[in-house]
Design a binder for this molecule. Structure first.
Ligand code: ADP
Length: 264
């Protein structure tokens, strides 16, 4: 789509010139459509747990008023729904904060190895509960410039996904998640690999879109918001890095992040 506008250019009356401007609107339209879709998706994601919460409140005030067993059961579900809404709102806020500062480059020296160790420890209980083993292979220290909390978030999202959608799936060949960190040509290369069911090629280019999921039911059941990889993509871009996704259906997935090393 193009917008055509005509305007007279200033000059002496005898040499009056007209200026024709052709503006490409397709990009503006695409951005506007994405914004509208995003608001619709976010509202839908919030409405679903809200509707369920309201339903349970009404049941507890009405038919199940004197049913002690139902009360315990329903309150547990209501708590889960409220937690889901909290996760979603937290992710929406993170995303909007990161998007607002997309070009601001965070500047503190951060040791990526310390981040990997921290996440491997934090997620050890989740891995254990799912029968998954986390393997970590890294040198002593690898320093990049960045924002520690944001880089923690990247590693946490990738490792959590590898446990949730990869290693813990019944179709998984092998219940390990391998986290590897190497230095290559002045770059820090992080990879998170699982041997789960993998991702079909048609989904790969869309995985980092906000609210895009291969299987929305599965993601919700596992506590996903559909925003994790969108957040990862933005943080990596802010750090002048690259996110790579490789997968062979039936043979797992590898998510890799390449970041520039801190200049010494
Ligand atoms: P979610 O909150 O749903 O986990 P993400 O943005 O983190 O959202 O991931 C988007 C989708 O990508 C997930 O719903 C899942 O379908 C797919 N996915 C992510 N990581 C993996 C993986 N390691 N193996 C298979 N599928 C994955």
């Amino acid at each position: 789509f193009f917008e055509l506008s005509v305007a007279p250019m200033e000059g002496p009356q005898s040499e009056r010139t007209m200026v024709l401007t052709l503006r490409d609107l397709s990009e503006a339209r695409r951005v506007e459509r994405m914004r509208v879709d995003f608001v619709a998706n976010a509202s839908h994601e919030l409405r679903t747990p809200l509707a369920s919460l309201l339903g349970f409140v009404e049941t507890l005030q009405g038919p199940a008023r004197d049913d002690a067993q139902a009360r315990v059961r329903f309150l547990a579900i209501m708590r889960e729904q409220a937690q889901r809404m909290t996760r979603l709102v937290d992710d929406l806020l993170s995303l909007s904060r990161i998007e607002q500062n997309l070009h601001l480059r965070p500047q503190t020296p951060v040791d990526m190895v310390a981040i990997l160790r921290h996440i491997a420890d934090t997620l050890a209980p989740m891995a254990r509960d799912n029968g998954v083993v986390i393997k970590l292979e890294a040198p002593c220290a690898v320093i990049v410039r960045g924002d520690r909390d944001e880089l923690l978030r990247v590693v946490e999202n990738l490792v959590e996904n590898a446990i949730k959608y990869g290693a813990s799936e019944p179709a998984s060949v092998n219940r390990t998640v391998e986290i590897m960190l190497t230095e290559q040509e002045r770059q820090c290369v992080l990879s998170v690999r699982d041997y789960g069911p993998g991702i079909a090629p048609e989904h790969l280019p869309r995985l980092t879109e906000r609210f895009y999921r291969v299987d929305a039911g599965q993601s919700r059941a596992k506590g996903g918001t559909g925003l994790g990889l969108a957040i990862v993509k933005h943080i990596v871009a802010r750090h002048r890095g690259r996110l790579g996704i490789e997968s062979k259906p039936g043979a797992g997935a590898t998510f890799s992040v390449t970041l520039p090393l801190q200049a010494s």
